[in-house]
Design a protein. Structure first.
Ligand SMILES: Nc1ncnc2c1ncn2[C@@H]1O[C@H](COP(=O)(O)OP(=O)(O)OP(=O)(O)O)[C@@H](O)[C@H]1O
Ligand SMILES: [Mg+2]
Length: 483
């Protein structure tokens, strides 16, 4: 049966335009055409085929339906008396961008079709058309809408994932200092560029491996392996086979084919911990593997392609090792496309308190204890400490304090730390003049004890009177707010 364009229908308010409470889960089609005969027939056909259909015979009627309820698809006559269908199309696409529009017209000229498509119509049908034509056009539109919704859901899910990931990272990588914020920002950038190699430097215990894991698990490689390798823990003779794999029988003990780190990290991340310990001959081979993204297992002649990302870490000064010819400069250039430096804890004292509270809560939970109160002076004392072992040291001392605690608040006595010495600076600039050093030591002790003379004397192992005498001797005067 054909739906024909025969008459100029009389404009009438239809029953359908008054209905506004259709179930929203059905695909709802609004037919806007001035030919009543056409809209009635199409309405009946659509209803019979399981769609929710509404008729409108004037632009005003149509627009008022759109105002009242959500329409999935508008079938729009491009020529309506008194208004241009293309203007309506433009208006409704602006107001209801999620609604699709199929244009129908008895006067289909190419120009109108192109204009309609440019204005966002999804399809164009020329009257007269068969039921099957409109059915196909609607089904195509439904499919498009379905895919669009699916994409939207995926995008929403992705943004939820990254949000929850950010929250997780925020929870597990604790820090409020500007330096840590910057580190996390670069780490997030690194996770978005999942082929880019990253070099993480920093003293022992500053969180290098933590950051490497964060980068991996926030990247598109997250569903594949994160493999941490410390080459200094592998005997030299096995290094090549561990990294590149081997063929059965290629050396004594090679009883079966074995994949190496590069191959098992295909699509994943290879974390090279303490790269400074890597022997020079292995450095050359690793450089080639990175450049070619191909490896040759020991005893094999074929090359295997593998898509790994390398994150490496060291607490050594690589530039110095290059000078000493212990590390290849070209390898550094390959490894440090992005460089993240984790500053030592003593350079970001504002992180001590949140880290301490985090570890205390974590260990208390682990050991089934109440999270203890922590005295304010603990934080003051820890801020004066050097933390040569950085966050790991703080974590360990908190664990010990929680294990030994009897449930009461934790005080300085639970965190036995040595006096913070501005050690390296002080020691390196040391002159062997006793008198000068005595004066320096007194100044340092005063500073570390916040100019409390009793505590300073105690730390220096002298009486308070002796301290006062020495202060006079060296002309050390305490001003109100410090030295
Ligand atoms: N900002 C942080 N928030 C929470 N935990 C941290 C943080 N930084 C480090 N840690 C914890 O401190 C310990 C040491 O961290 P990690 O192993 O990452 O250090 P590293 O720099 O790799 O040390 P090394 O050079 O000795 O290998 C780990 O238990 C880690 O979870
Ligand atoms: Mg480490």
């Amino acid at each position: 049966m054909n739906i024909n364009s025969k008459t100029n229908s009389i404009v009438m308010e239809t029953d359908a335009t008054k209905k506004t409470s259709f179930p929203q889960n059905k695909f709802t089609v609004l037919i806007l055409d001035d030919e009543k005969h056409f809209t009635e027939e199409l309405n009946e056909f659509l209803q019979n085929n399981g769609f929710q259909a509404i008729e409108a015979n004037t632009a005003n009627q149509g627009l008022s339906v759109l105002k009242k309820q959500k329409i999935d698809l508008l079938i729009l006559d491009v020529r309506l008396p008194g208004s241009d269908g293309l203007d309506i199309l433009k208006e409704v696409k602006e107001k209801y961008p999620d609604m699709e529009v199929i244009i129908v017209s008895a006067h289909g000229d190419m120009d109108t079709v192109i204009k309609a498509m440019r204005l966002g119509a999804i399809d164009y049908l020329r009257k007269p058309f068969r039921h099957i034509d409109i059915q196909i056009a609607i089904e195509r539109t439904q499919k498009f809408l379905y895919l669009q919704q699916k994409m939207k859901k995926i995008e929403e899910k992705d943004s939820l994932i990254s949000k929850s990931l950010e929250e997780r990272i925020g929870r597990h990588f604790v820090g409020v200092s500007r330096q840590i914020m910057d580190v996390l920002e670069v780490a997030m950038t690194a996770s978005q560029y999942s082929d880019t190699n990253v070099l993480i430097t920093g003293e022992s215990g500053t969180g290098k491996e933590n950051i490497a894991r964060i980068i991996h698990f926030a990247s598109t490689r997250k569903d594949n392996l994160f493999w941490a390798v410390n080459s200094s823990a592998i005997t030299d003779s096995l290094l090549e086979s561990e990294f590149f794999g081997h063929k059965k029988g290629s050396f004594t003990g090679a009883i079966a084919d074995k994949k190496g780190f590069f191959e098992i990290c295909d699509q994943g991340t290879l974390f090279l911990d303490e790269i400074a310990d890597m022997p020079l001959n292995l450095q050359a081979k690793i450089l080639r593997a990175i450049e070619e993204k191909k490896i040759t297992p020991v005893g094999d002649t074929n090359k295997i392609s593998t898509d790994f990302r390398i994150i490496s870490a060291t607490n050594h000064d690589l530039d110095k090792l290059v000078e000493e010819k212990k590390f290849r400069l070209d390898l550094i250039h390959r490894l440090n496309t992005l460089h993240i430096h984790l500053p030592p804890l003593r350079e970001r004292p504002e992180d001590i308190e949140p880290l301490l509270l985090y570890f205390a809560k974590d260990f208390a939970m682990k050991f089934n204890k109440h999270t203890p109160q922590i005295d304010k002076d603990v934080i003051q004392a820890l801020k004066k400490y050097d933390f040569p072992g950085n966050v790991r040291e703080l974590k360990n001392m908190t664990e010990r304090a929680i294990i030994l605690s009897n449930g009461g608040p934790l005080g300085v006595q639970n965190f036995p730390v040595k006096l913070k010495s501005k050690s390296s600076k002080f020691v390196s600039s040391i002159k062997l003049n006793l008198e000068e050093n005595e004066m320096e030591l007194i100044r340092l002790a005063l500073h570390n004890c916040e100019y409390n003379q009793k505590a300073t004397a105690e730390i220096l192992g002298i009486s308070r009177d002796a301290l006062i005498r020495k202060m006079k001797k060296f002309n050390i005067v305490i001003k109100k707010n410090g030295d």
